[in-house]
Design a binder for this molecule. Structure first.
Ligand code: ATP
Length: 293
């Protein structure tokens, strides 16, 4: 079985409070994009899970979120056969694009099908949150509002058609560090998440884009000014708006025209500001996990 594990961007990211257990309460508009890792799943006679990946620095044991997800289901349902996972990563790692969570989501969906466990999407989501707060979203995909610690999801209509240029500079930001360095009292600009949702419902791309914001941006840009340089380059080359995704450092630019995006992509490559440059578009949730492109 071959599955696509798709990356996400945050069109809006707000933090509205901190819980007593230390977790932050978020309000985020999540959007899946057509950038993905591939998971190949094979049944094997000998019990246990083996995982291989094309990136030498990714763990291949229980620390890998795809492994963790598969094990959680296989243990619960006492699957006696074994599983071999081949993971081909294209989503930048530790980049604010939920790569690990997407892999875990694909493993949940794949193991459920491969071993005919018969779990509904809702039942998969209930288990997914044990692997990570973003994993439930990576199962439903498309455009959604995530609240709570990111696990409470509401549907939003699909975002108007647009093109997305991704640029990841050669630095890594740990999500944990980003939360630790964020001082909620110092956040001066909170994005208008409800206004964005209204614009999406009205299919008003320009209105939505004008309200985009990410509360992590000022702090992370302070540490890595290259993020601002990539944003400026994208906006000078036709992006309606460019913003950091999640806790960074990946920047994405929203374009209403594919040609403009490809031209900006060429300029970004030439600039060498970004280590990964990828031109793509938003993903419609009606497309399946195994609908390979
Ligand atoms: P998020 O957007 O959810 O904050 P991220 O982009 O910051 O995610 P990931 O790429 O998911 O981060 O990975 C962060 C860490 O998780 C890496 O340092 C890596 O070692 C570990 N990890 C575990 N499983 C995976 C996986 N399947 N793919 C990538 N990283 C993984």
């Amino acid at each position: 079985m071959r599955l696509r594990a798709l990356a996400k961007i945050n069109l809006g990211l707000d933090i509205v409070g901190k819980r007593e257990d230390g977790y932050h309460e978020v309000r985020m508009i999540m959007q899946t994009i057509q950038m993905y890792d591939i998971l190949e799943l094979y049944r094997k006679k000998s019990p246990g899970i083996s995982l291989t990946t094309n990136l030498p620095y990714i763990p291949c044991d229980e620390r890998n979120l795809a492994y963790k997800a598969a094990k959680l289901l296989m243990d619960e349902f006492h699957v006696e056969e074994g599983l071999c996972i081949k993971l081909f990563k294209s989503i930048p790692v530790a980049a604010g694009m939920a790569g690990g969570s997407a892999d875990a989501a694909a493993a949940f969906v794949g193991v459920n099908k491969l071993f005919q466990l018969g779990l509904s999407e809702r039942e998969l989501i209930e288990r997914a949150v044990k692997v990570g707060a973003d994993v439930p979203y990576c199962i439903i995909r498309g455009t959604a509002l995530a609240e709570g610690i990111g696990e409470r999801l509401s549907w939003i209509p699909q975002v108007p058609k647009c093109y997305v240029l991704v640029g990841k500079p050669g630095v890594s930001v740990s999500t944990k560090m980003a939360y630790e360095t964020l001082n909620l009292n110092e956040v001066v600009h909170h994005p208008d998440i409800d206004g964005m949702i209204a614009d999406i419902k009205n299919k008003d791309l320009h209105g939505m884009v004008s309200k985009m914001g990410n509360v992590f941006e000022p702090g992370i840009i302070g540490k890595y000014p290259v993020i601002q340089e990539i944003k400026d380059l994208m906006e000078a080359n036709g992006a309606l708006k460019a913003m950091m995704s999640g806790s960074g450092p990946t920047v994405f630019g929203i374009f209403d025209d594919a040609k403009k995006m490809h031209a900006a992509s060429a300029v970004l490559r030439e600039s060498r500001l970004a280590k990964t440059v990828f031109a793509t578009e938003v993903f419609n949730r009606m497309e399946g996990f195994t609908n390979d492109k």
